[in-house]
Design a protein around this ligand. Structure first.
Ligand code: ZN
Length: 245
Protein backbone atom coordinates (compact mmCIF):
# COMPACT_ATOMS: atom_id res chain seq x y z
CA UNK A 1 0.00 0.00 0.00
CA UNK A 2 2.80 2.39 0.98
CA UNK A 3 4.77 1.41 -2.09
CA UNK A 4 1.71 2.16 -4.26
CA UNK A 5 1.27 5.59 -2.64
CA UNK A 6 4.96 6.36 -3.19
CA UNK A 7 4.71 5.42 -6.88
CA UNK A 8 1.57 7.54 -7.25
CA UNK A 9 3.38 10.59 -5.80
CA UNK A 10 6.31 10.03 -8.11
CA UNK A 11 4.05 9.87 -11.16
CA UNK A 12 2.33 13.10 -10.02
CA UNK A 13 5.64 15.00 -9.71
CA UNK A 14 6.95 13.64 -13.01
CA UNK A 15 3.70 14.68 -14.76
CA UNK A 16 3.88 18.14 -13.21
CA UNK A 17 7.48 18.56 -14.24
CA UNK A 18 6.63 17.40 -17.77
CA UNK A 19 3.67 19.79 -18.02
CA UNK A 20 5.77 22.72 -16.80
CA UNK A 21 8.50 21.78 -19.22
CA UNK A 22 6.08 21.71 -22.19
CA UNK A 23 4.56 24.99 -21.05
CA UNK A 24 8.03 26.51 -20.89
CA UNK A 25 9.07 25.15 -24.28
CA UNK A 26 5.86 26.25 -25.97
CA UNK A 27 6.11 29.73 -24.46
CA UNK A 28 2.60 29.37 -23.08
CA UNK A 29 3.34 32.04 -20.50
CA UNK A 30 4.33 34.42 -23.27
CA UNK A 31 1.20 33.66 -25.26
CA UNK A 32 -1.09 34.15 -22.31
CA UNK A 33 0.63 37.44 -21.46
CA UNK A 34 1.79 36.26 -18.00
CA UNK A 35 5.56 36.74 -17.66
CA UNK A 36 7.52 33.52 -17.14
CA UNK A 37 9.05 32.97 -13.71
CA UNK A 38 12.79 33.76 -14.07
CA UNK A 39 13.49 31.90 -10.81
CA UNK A 40 12.25 28.61 -12.20
CA UNK A 41 15.15 26.71 -13.73
CA UNK A 42 14.62 25.21 -17.13
CA UNK A 43 13.69 21.57 -16.68
CA UNK A 44 15.08 20.49 -20.01
CA UNK A 45 18.03 22.25 -21.54
CA UNK A 46 18.53 22.56 -25.28
CA UNK A 47 21.01 19.95 -26.54
CA UNK A 48 24.51 21.32 -27.00
CA UNK A 49 25.66 21.85 -30.57
CA UNK A 50 27.14 18.71 -32.08
CA UNK A 51 25.04 16.58 -29.75
CA UNK A 52 23.68 13.29 -30.96
CA UNK A 53 20.20 14.23 -29.68
CA UNK A 54 17.86 15.02 -32.58
CA UNK A 55 16.01 18.30 -32.71
CA UNK A 56 12.77 18.62 -34.74
CA UNK A 57 14.82 19.84 -37.68
CA UNK A 58 17.29 16.99 -37.18
CA UNK A 59 14.47 14.45 -37.26
CA UNK A 60 13.28 16.07 -40.53
CA UNK A 61 16.69 15.71 -42.15
CA UNK A 62 17.01 12.11 -40.96
CA UNK A 63 13.50 11.39 -42.24
CA UNK A 64 14.32 12.85 -45.63
CA UNK A 65 17.49 10.87 -45.85
CA UNK A 66 15.62 7.66 -44.91
CA UNK A 67 13.02 8.46 -47.58
CA UNK A 68 15.73 8.99 -50.19
CA UNK A 69 17.42 5.73 -49.24
CA UNK A 70 14.13 3.85 -49.46
CA UNK A 71 13.41 5.39 -52.87
CA UNK A 72 16.85 4.44 -54.16
CA UNK A 73 16.42 0.89 -52.87
CA UNK A 74 12.99 0.65 -54.53
CA UNK A 75 14.39 1.89 -57.85
CA UNK A 76 17.24 -0.62 -57.60
CA UNK A 77 14.79 -3.44 -56.91
CA UNK A 78 12.53 -2.42 -59.78
CA UNK A 79 15.49 -2.32 -62.16
CA UNK A 80 16.70 -5.76 -61.10
CA UNK A 81 13.21 -7.37 -61.21
CA UNK A 82 11.70 -5.57 -64.18
CA UNK A 83 10.43 -8.70 -65.95
CA UNK A 84 8.83 -10.19 -62.79
CA UNK A 85 7.13 -6.87 -61.98
CA UNK A 86 5.74 -6.53 -65.53
CA UNK A 87 4.44 -10.11 -65.42
CA UNK A 88 2.90 -9.59 -61.98
CA UNK A 89 1.21 -6.37 -63.16
CA UNK A 90 -0.18 -8.13 -66.23
CA UNK A 91 -1.60 -10.92 -64.03
CA UNK A 92 -3.18 -8.36 -61.71
CA UNK A 93 -4.68 -6.42 -64.61
CA UNK A 94 -6.10 -9.61 -66.13
CA UNK A 95 -7.61 -10.70 -62.80
CA UNK A 96 -9.09 -7.26 -62.02
CA UNK A 97 -10.25 -6.20 -65.47
CA UNK A 98 -13.74 -5.11 -64.43
CA UNK A 99 -12.56 -3.14 -61.38
CA UNK A 100 -9.87 -1.35 -63.40
CA UNK A 101 -12.36 -0.47 -66.17
CA UNK A 102 -14.85 0.84 -63.61
CA UNK A 103 -12.17 2.90 -61.87
CA UNK A 104 -10.92 4.33 -65.19
CA UNK A 105 -14.46 5.18 -66.31
CA UNK A 106 -15.10 7.02 -63.02
CA UNK A 107 -11.79 8.86 -63.23
CA UNK A 108 -12.32 9.86 -66.88
CA UNK A 109 -15.81 11.15 -66.08
CA UNK A 110 -14.52 13.42 -63.31
CA UNK A 111 -11.33 14.51 -65.10
CA UNK A 112 -12.70 15.04 -68.64
CA UNK A 113 -10.94 18.38 -69.21
CA UNK A 114 -7.58 17.26 -67.83
CA UNK A 115 -7.77 14.13 -69.97
CA UNK A 116 -8.53 16.15 -73.10
CA UNK A 117 -5.63 18.53 -72.40
CA UNK A 118 -3.23 15.63 -71.77
CA UNK A 119 -4.44 13.88 -74.92
CA UNK A 120 -4.04 16.99 -77.09
CA UNK A 121 -0.53 17.57 -75.69
CA UNK A 122 0.46 13.96 -76.29
CA UNK A 123 -0.96 14.04 -79.82
CA UNK A 124 0.98 17.23 -80.64
CA UNK A 125 4.24 15.78 -79.33
CA UNK A 126 3.89 12.34 -80.96
CA UNK A 127 1.88 13.07 -84.11
CA UNK A 128 3.96 10.91 -86.47
CA UNK A 129 4.17 7.91 -84.14
CA UNK A 130 0.42 8.06 -83.41
CA UNK A 131 -0.41 8.22 -87.15
CA UNK A 132 1.83 5.21 -87.79
CA UNK A 133 0.23 3.29 -84.89
CA UNK A 134 -3.27 4.14 -86.20
CA UNK A 135 -2.38 2.89 -89.70
CA UNK A 136 -1.11 -0.40 -88.26
CA UNK A 137 -4.21 -0.73 -86.04
CA UNK A 138 -6.59 -0.06 -88.94
CA UNK A 139 -4.81 -2.69 -91.04
CA UNK A 140 -4.88 -5.33 -88.29
CA UNK A 141 -8.38 -4.53 -86.94
CA UNK A 142 -10.35 -4.00 -90.14
CA UNK A 143 -13.73 -5.22 -88.78
CA UNK A 144 -13.51 -3.22 -85.54
CA UNK A 145 -12.47 -0.09 -87.47
CA UNK A 146 -15.39 -0.44 -89.87
CA UNK A 147 -17.80 -0.85 -86.95
CA UNK A 148 -16.39 2.22 -85.17
CA UNK A 149 -16.61 4.34 -88.33
CA UNK A 150 -20.19 3.17 -88.99
CA UNK A 151 -21.21 4.03 -85.42
CA UNK A 152 -19.64 7.49 -85.72
CA UNK A 153 -21.40 8.09 -89.05
CA UNK A 154 -24.72 7.12 -87.47
CA UNK A 155 -24.26 9.58 -84.64
CA UNK A 156 -22.97 12.45 -86.81
CA UNK A 157 -25.10 12.32 -89.94
CA UNK A 158 -25.07 16.10 -90.48
CA UNK A 159 -21.29 16.24 -90.30
CA UNK A 160 -20.98 13.30 -92.67
CA UNK A 161 -23.29 14.98 -95.19
CA UNK A 162 -21.30 18.24 -94.89
CA UNK A 163 -18.06 16.38 -95.56
CA UNK A 164 -19.57 14.48 -98.51
CA UNK A 165 -20.99 17.65 -100.06
CA UNK A 166 -17.65 19.43 -99.71
CA UNK A 167 -15.82 16.47 -101.22
CA UNK A 168 -18.25 16.35 -104.16
CA UNK A 169 -17.79 20.07 -104.73
CA UNK A 170 -14.01 19.76 -104.62
CA UNK A 171 -14.19 16.92 -107.13
CA UNK A 172 -16.26 19.11 -109.44
CA UNK A 173 -13.62 21.85 -109.16
CA UNK A 174 -16.10 24.26 -107.53
CA UNK A 175 -15.34 27.08 -105.14
CA UNK A 176 -15.72 25.49 -101.74
CA UNK A 177 -16.72 27.08 -98.48
CA UNK A 178 -17.33 25.28 -95.21
CA UNK A 179 -21.12 24.99 -95.07
CA UNK A 180 -22.91 23.92 -91.92
CA UNK A 181 -26.17 22.11 -92.69
CA UNK A 182 -27.75 23.05 -89.38
CA UNK A 183 -27.22 26.77 -90.14
CA UNK A 184 -28.75 26.39 -93.63
CA UNK A 185 -31.75 24.60 -92.13
CA UNK A 186 -32.23 27.38 -89.60
CA UNK A 187 -31.78 30.11 -92.22
CA UNK A 188 -34.40 28.56 -94.54
CA UNK A 189 -36.78 27.85 -91.62
CA UNK A 190 -36.72 24.18 -92.60
CA UNK A 191 -38.73 24.79 -95.80
CA UNK A 192 -37.99 23.38 -99.23
CA UNK A 193 -36.93 26.21 -101.57
CA UNK A 194 -38.72 24.47 -104.47
CA UNK A 195 -42.15 23.56 -103.07
CA UNK A 196 -42.17 25.64 -99.89
CA UNK A 197 -43.21 22.71 -97.72
CA UNK A 198 -41.66 21.93 -94.31
CA UNK A 199 -39.05 19.19 -94.64
CA UNK A 200 -38.32 16.31 -92.28
CA UNK A 201 -35.42 17.64 -90.13
CA UNK A 202 -33.72 14.25 -90.37
CA UNK A 203 -34.31 13.70 -94.10
CA UNK A 204 -33.66 16.75 -96.23
CA UNK A 205 -31.23 17.53 -99.02
CA UNK A 206 -28.77 20.37 -99.25
CA UNK A 207 -29.50 21.52 -102.75
CA UNK A 208 -27.07 23.50 -104.89
CA UNK A 209 -29.21 26.14 -106.60
CA UNK A 210 -26.78 26.28 -109.52
CA UNK A 211 -25.60 22.65 -109.71
CA UNK A 212 -21.91 21.94 -109.12
CA UNK A 213 -21.80 20.36 -112.58
CA UNK A 214 -22.88 23.70 -114.06
CA UNK A 215 -20.15 25.66 -112.26
CA UNK A 216 -22.10 26.45 -109.09
CA UNK A 217 -20.13 26.96 -105.90
CA UNK A 218 -20.45 25.14 -102.58
CA UNK A 219 -21.24 28.12 -100.40
CA UNK A 220 -24.05 29.53 -98.29
CA UNK A 221 -25.01 31.71 -101.29
CA UNK A 222 -25.65 28.72 -103.52
CA UNK A 223 -27.23 26.17 -101.19
CA UNK A 224 -30.76 25.77 -99.90
CA UNK A 225 -32.98 23.30 -98.11
CA UNK A 226 -34.86 20.91 -100.40
CA UNK A 227 -37.10 17.95 -99.76
CA UNK A 228 -35.67 14.75 -101.26
CA UNK A 229 -38.58 14.40 -103.74
CA UNK A 230 -38.09 17.88 -105.24
CA UNK A 231 -34.32 17.55 -105.31
CA UNK A 232 -34.41 14.16 -107.05
CA UNK A 233 -36.90 15.32 -109.67
CA UNK A 234 -34.91 18.50 -110.27
CA UNK A 235 -31.70 16.57 -111.03
CA UNK A 236 -29.01 18.80 -112.51
CA UNK A 237 -31.45 21.40 -113.80
CA UNK A 238 -31.15 24.99 -112.60
CA UNK A 239 -34.34 25.88 -110.81
CA UNK A 240 -35.24 28.45 -108.23
CA UNK A 241 -33.46 31.71 -107.76
CA UNK A 242 -29.92 32.36 -106.68
CA UNK A 243 -30.03 33.68 -103.14
CA UNK A 244 -27.84 36.64 -102.37
CA UNK A 245 -26.75 37.22 -98.75
ZN1 ZN B 1 -39.95 20.27 -102.01
Amino acid sequence: MRADKGRGENIFWISLAFALDIADNDNVSKQSGIPANPQRPALRKAPPSGSCLLTTAGRGVAGLSRKRNRKAADAKYRKAHRAEITASKAIYREAHKAQIAAYNAGYNKIHKTQKAIRGAKRYKEHKTQIAAQCTVYRKTHKIQTAATVAAWHKGHMDKVRDIKARRRALKAGATVEKVNRALVYERDSGRCHLCGRKVNPKKWHLDHIIPLSKGGEHSYRNVAVACPKCNMSKGAKVRGQLRLY
